[in-house]
Design a protein around this ligand. Structure first.
Ligand code: SF4
Length: 749
């Protein structure tokens, strides 16, 4: 009997259910969801293991109940400062990922040379040695024949072992989804307050204004619970969002419907009011920012952005903008969060919007203050390179196929640019000869068919993943990666870290099937491909256990990792001491960013229209959201969350639908300038008449994902990609991906 069969039979025996098909799901849910509603008595044989959830940056500490070697239940870790003892539906559905029968189980290679999404690759099972030998031979041959930049990596720059492997390759063609997420915020924050911070102290804020970021509905527990805590304590919440059923709008004291892409106008008008009426925090702004140096320029810049001007662009009444600006400035601590895939930050003007919202927080005087955005107080955990220093890495060319090197601020960050990838590949035919892809679906890109058409031209691609999403259909070799429930790590709190806390990540069960933790995969691959970088000075292979022990010790968390596993977490409660200087060159916050001006960008947030605006051909703004029970396009195959929401639809305003003869449930063709999808209509009063909304994450085309396959449609098909020329032409300092920036037509079929 192989490991897979043994594990599955044991799980089925213990849980009293089966996972193989949807017909048995109610029984399966019985064992998971109902237990989630109350305290769970531990069976005699059960043990509880402290670890943390890895589905999002909230990294909620958790206690995993394991009975007879089977994970049966997870619950929040009460001592955790991020999760606070809570977990969201995605995190609670842990067993659904761990025991997903569709997980990638073994290394595989394709036998059908014809690549394409929906084309059977003819996978055959191979050993780890065969897989890594094949991948190594191709990697060496590609670098030798075509140079380091002919290898393209689609993956994050971290963790540290992955960074080491990437540095061994030495390519400048590494891309990730950051431009769709927080790249603009990184660039803006680095230049305004001196560094990007996740920390938003909602719980101690008295006034919270959100622009499109559905902090509550997006269900990152670290923030969602803090906003609801603030509300319980009497904070006022104002939510600007074109979709009134967004979670934050639902709990808000005021939910204000705003025209998509016009948040920048409203924020600039709020700044106009605060400056004109001198309502800003004088001690903070005059003592800790460059306002005194640039006051004339700053006041002159915002003078034309009156509430009346903003009303015409946003449909928000001028008197409402004025009132909210006054309340925000005088009822602090006040905070205005800004983040990622929101209906405000992912337009052609998203970087400017992020810039303006950052200034709003500065004027409120709450940067690194209770109730505001704050820098994390974290443990410093060294990376593998500090513990086992590598030989010098090969120099990188610094030139990439999408042209990130042409943009001073994007070059400095060195991440992102999924939105430009199809363009980069198209303009550089034959340049990329090998792809290495970790944990990304083609659904993560705007216009997936365009990206798939380019990716399948790459002669050899290695995909390392957990689930068989559509990108593996473009792969030649597949390496099955372990899940967060099967790996070891140290996870310092950074999303909410008023003091230092680190939670252990440890296997609650061994890696299932033949999967391996990413660190083990890279060590094994590294020893074959770049042995000098993966050995100790004495020639023995790097011991990952030793690396973890050293990390634990050097971070001051304990004598070794075993001690950390036993403790579960280290928490060093200390008073929060607000900064009196910031990590900028001058030590002061830059409201006016001279570095932007010096590089030819706007030194202050300047109104720009969004990229695509409604026309007679495409009269509706397209909105997308990520449903709270899912993570982007990754978790839809989980039987638990799939049962809660397994497909999507198009939300249409009731009046709009009536005018077009559309009824609830009708099949609707949604069309943009780049693509078309068909989904059922859902009629609602909660959306503006000029908008339609298609939830993201559905429309999986991989037949190997049996729960998610064929359900719903990809909203991203409607979203145009872009090029670096587009970004430079609009002088976009943060390179926003514009993944909310589409307009569509709708028609009943
Ligand atoms: S918010 Fe949910 S998905 Fe994110 S870490 Fe917490 S439990 Fe996991």
């Amino acid at each position: 009997m192989n490991t897979l069969d043994a594990n599955r039979r044991e799980f089925l025996k213990t849980s009293g259910t089966a996972l193989a098909g949807a017909a048995v799901l109610p029984g399966f849910l019985d064992g998971i969801v109902r237990k989630a509603s109350g305290p769970v008595p531990l069976a005699d044989t059960a043990t509880q293991i402290i670890s943390d959830c890895a589905w999002c940056g909230s990294a909620c500490g958790m206690k995993a109940t394991v009975s007879g070697g089977v994970l049966t239940f997870v619950e929040g870790l009460p001592e955790d400062i991020q999760g606070g003892g809570k977990m969201c539906a995605k995190g609670k559905a842990a067993t659904g990922y761990l025991y997903d029968p569709d997980r990638l189980k073994y290394p595989m290679k394709r036998t059908n040379p014809v690549k394409g999404v929906g084309v059977d690759a003819g996978w055959v099972r191979i050993t780890w040695d065969e897989a890594l030998d094949l991948a190594t031979a191709k990697l060496k041959e590609t670098i030798e024949k075509n140079g380091r930049d002919s290898v393209m990596i689609l993956g994050l720059a971290s963790p540290d072992v992955w960074a080491r492997f990437q540095n061994c390759i030495g390519t400048s063609n590494r891309f990730d989804h950051w431009d769709e997420c927080f790249l603009a915020n990184r660039v803006v924050s680095a230049n305004v307050i001196g560094g990007f911070v996740w920390g938003h102290d909602f719980a101690n804020a008295k006034y919270i204004v959100t622009f499109g970021w559905d902090v509550v509905g997006k269900a990152k527990v670290v923030w969602a619970r803090a906003v609801t805590d603030a509300k319980k304590k009497g904070a006022k919440i104002v939510s600007f969002n074109p979709y009134k059923a967004a979670g934050t709008s639902v709990v808000a004291d005021e939910a204000i419907s705003i025209r998509p892409g016009s948040d920048l106008a409203v924020v600039n008008a709020m700044i106009h009011v605060i400056l004109a009426e001198n309502l800003y925090d004088k001690a903070f702004v005059e003592g800790l920012t460059n306002f005194p140096q640039y006051e004339t320029e700053i006041r002159a810049h915002f003078a034309p952005y009156t509430p009346e001007w903003a009303e015409a662009l946003s449909d928000v009444p001028a008197e409402t903008i004025t009132r909210i600006a006054r309340e925000f400035a005088t009822n602090g601590p006040a905070i205005a969060p800004i983040h990622k895939k929101t209906p405000s930050a992912n337009y052609a003007n998203g970087s400017e919007t992020t810039f303006a919202i950052t200034i709003l927080n500065v004027l409120a005087g709450t940067i690194d203050r209770p109730g505001g955005r704050f820098f994390p107080r974290t443990h410093t955990i060294p990376g593998i390179d500090a513990i086992v220093p590598p030989p010098a890495y090969p120099a990188k060319s610094g030139v990439d196929i999408v042209g990130r090197h042409r943009h001073p601020f994007l070059k400095a960050v060195g991440s992102g640019m999924f939105s430009c990838l199809a363009d980069g590949l198209r303009k550089n035919p034959g340049k990329i000869q090998m792809g290495i892809i970790t944990r990304y679906s083609t659904m993560a890109f705007p216009n997936p068919p365009e990206v798939e058409a380019e990716l399948k031209k790459i002669p050899f691609t290695v995909v390392c993943d957990i689930f068989p999403n559509e990108i593996i259909e473009l792969a030649d070799v597949v390496l099955p990666s372990a899940l967060y429930l099967e790996v070891s790590d140290l996870v310092a709190r950074d999303h909410h870290a008023p003091y230092k806390m680190t939670v252990v990540r440890q296997p609650v069960v061994p890696p299932q099937f033949e999967t391996k933790p990413l660190g083990s995969i890279l060590l094994a691959w590294g020893l074959k491909a770049f042995p000098e970088y993966w050995k100790n000075p004495d020639g023995t292979p790097i011991n990952m256990g030793y690396v973890l022990d050293e990390k634990t010790k050097r971070a001051g968390l304990g004598a070794n990792f075993a001690e950390m596993k036993a403790k579960g977490f280290v928490k060093e409660v200390a008073p929060f001491v607000p900064r009196t200087s910031f990590p900028t060159a001058s030590g002061k916050i830059n409201i006016y960013v001279k570095a932007f001006a010096d590089a030819g960008f706007e030194p202050l947030p300047t109104w720009k229209q969004k990229r695509d605006v409604p026309s007679s051909q495409y009269p509706f703004y397209l909105l997308t959201i990520i449903p709270p029970m899912h993570i982007r396009n990754t978790t839809e195959n989980n039987r638990i969350t799939n049962e809660i929401k397994g497909t999507n639809e198009v939300f249409i305003n009731v009046q709009t639908a009536r005018g077009l003869g559309i009824s609830e449930g009708d099949t609707i063709k949604v069309r943009s300038r780049v693509g078309e999808i068909q989904v059922p209509a859902r009629l609602t009063e909660a959306i503006r008449p000029d908008c339609v909304l298609v939830p993201h994450g559905f429309g999986h085309q991989s037949r190997l994902m049996t729960a998610a396959y064929g359900k719903g449609a990809k909203d991203a098909i409607l979203v145009p990609g872009q090029s670096m020329d587009d970004i430079l032409a609009r002088k976009d300092v943060g390179g926003a991906a514009c993944i909310m920036d589409a307009v569509v037509s709708i028609a009943k079929i």
